[in-house]
Design a protein around this ligand. Structure first.
Ligand SMILES: [Zn+2]
Length: 469
């Protein structure tokens, strides 16, 4: 080695040393690194990283960016290899009634009125108790995690049991205890509903996964007093209010007859609407209603399968979005109005329903419906600061989707692929609040076999209770 070569080597070593030492010094610890894959952030600029990564500490995302940047910056205790996959924010199911999984397919192809009064109300009276609600919620958790849903909004009875099972499954939920003007399976009077719900709101206050909510069923099943009392209770505890709004023609017609105004205007007049309200359906909403929903910052949840199955009508989603309303997606059901909890199906149908209704293929595009399943869904639930996109500071709720199936290739557009080609069965791995709840399609927080066996047992019991066997 010549002197010159030696000097070059020493110089190179000196240059390398401080860089290496300083990069070692600034390497941060992370609990989880999702490395590789196409990261679809759904952030404000809708950034997509072709070879991206996400670093997670505790239940929170601390960095999102190119894989090479993040692997240089973080020393993770656990890494998930996402190469060849899509990485997305977890889907948000903005409206459902999860314990009703046990009534799935009980009696379909009837009118909503017949379904409710001839089948579901008698079936609920005879079968719904806390145990039923727990098994229904477990089954629903298995189904929802397997379809990439990380957050759902629910309205049912014994909602405290729904909350306990949801938390045990590691899912995020906005869970509303139902108020209704007849004796419910859990609470027989408004006084009981108020007392139960107040205990429920207090118990879950500040929980990292569960947002306890108040769910007055609708204007056609709740008196004005009940609607106002439920809203007042929610506001006392800064809890969300979940309600069905303008979901059928009869509701709109009766509102005109009884109050001389639309359901939206009536709810506004009696002081229920506000930036804490999540309204399911919003089918019969005219321009003035849309303006009110936007001004009052009410979130809306569109349920295309349910609206089609019950022939309820079509929500004016493009117009609501244009008016500035946060519109998410929901499955409703999962019995009678839609017999599954497959949010990816709702993404697909939302776009196609808008197109055929308007006879315009531009009515609602792939990117818009993916937004509705993620960041706009979060806005509809008033949780956009917490979830809905992959950004530093937000909860680490994310899913990995395989692109190795025949239906997944070739891929020219990420949004088109998600909306129209990929299926629930392509969802591989699900992380909620930094915790892996499904890895390579194996559920880690719910005993799927047990939930399925129990559902079969319940089928026999429920059928017998209705004299169907
Ligand atoms: Zn509903």
């Amino acid at each position: 080695m010549t002197l010159c070569q030696s000097l070059i080597l020493i110089f190179a070593f000196q240059c390398w040393l401080p860089v290496s030492l300083s990069s070692q010094a600034i390497r941060q610890k992370a609990d989880l690194l999702i490395a590789g894959g196409t990261v679809v952030t759904m952030d404000g600029s809708r950034a997509i990283y072709d070879d991206g990564a996400i670093a997670v500490k505790g239940d929170t995302i601390v960095a999102v960016g190119p894989r090479t940047d993040l692997t240089a910056k973080f020393t993770p205790s656990q890494t998930i290899d996402a190469r060849g996959k899509l990485v997305l924010p977890g889907f948000i199911n903005g409206h459902t009634h999860v314990p009703m999984t046990l009534f799935r397919g009980l009696h379909d192809d009837v009118t909503l009125n017949d379904w409710l009064y001839k089948y579901i109300f008698p079936a609920e009276k005879k079968n719904v108790n806390e145990e039923f609600v727990r098994w229904g919620t477990r089954l629903a958790a298995a189904e929802q995690i397997r379809s990439g849903v990380t957050t759902f909004a629910d309205m049912y009875y014994f909602e405290d049991a729904v909350a306990e099972e949801t938390k045990a499954a590691g899912m995020r939920g906005v869970l509303g205890e139902t108020f209704i003007d007849f004796p419910a399976p859990d609470n027989k009077s408004e006084a009981e509903m108020l007392a139960y719900t107040e205990r429920f709101l207090k118990k879950w206050k500040g929980d990292p996964l569960i947002h306890a909510a108040v769910a007055p069923h609708s204007i056609y099943t709740c008196s004005q007093k009940m609607l106002q009392d439920a809203a007042a209770l929610a506001r006392k505890y800064h809890a969300p209010i979940l309600i069905h709004v303008a979901e059928m023609k009869k509701e709109w017609e009766d509102s005109q007859k009884q109050h001389g105004m639309s359901p939206v205007q009536y709810l506004d007049k009696i002081g229920v609407l506000g930036p804490d309200v999540v309204s399911a359906h919003c089918i019969f909403v005219d321009e003035a209603d849309r303006q009110t929903l936007s001004e009052k910052q009410v979130g809306c949840v569109h349920n295309p399968s349910s609206n089609m199955m019950l022939a309820s009508g079509v929500s004016p989603v493009p117009e609501m979005r244009a008016a500035g309303v946060g519109v998410g997606l929901g499955t409703d059901g999962p019995a009678g109005s839609n017999n599954d909890l497959d949010l990816m199906e709702e993404i697909d149908l939302a776009a196609k329903l808008a197109k055929i209704t308007k006879m315009d293929p531009l009515a609602l595009n792939a990117k818009a419906v993916v937004e509705m399943a993620t960041i706009e869904g979060a806005r509809a639930l008033h949780l956009e600061k917490e979830i809905g996109s992959l950004e530093a500071g937000k909860k680490a709720d994310l899913i990995l989707i395989s692109l190795d199936e025949p239906n997944a290739v070739p891929m020219y557009s990420v949004y088109s692929q998600i909306a129209y080609s990929l299926k629930t069965s392509d969802v591989q791995t699900v992380v909620i609040g930094g915790r892996v709840v499904m890895r390579d399609r194996k559920l880690l927080t719910v005993n799927q076999e047990e939930a399925i066996a129990k559902a079969r047992e319940y089928q026999k019991k429920i059928a017998a209770s209705l004299g169907l066997q």
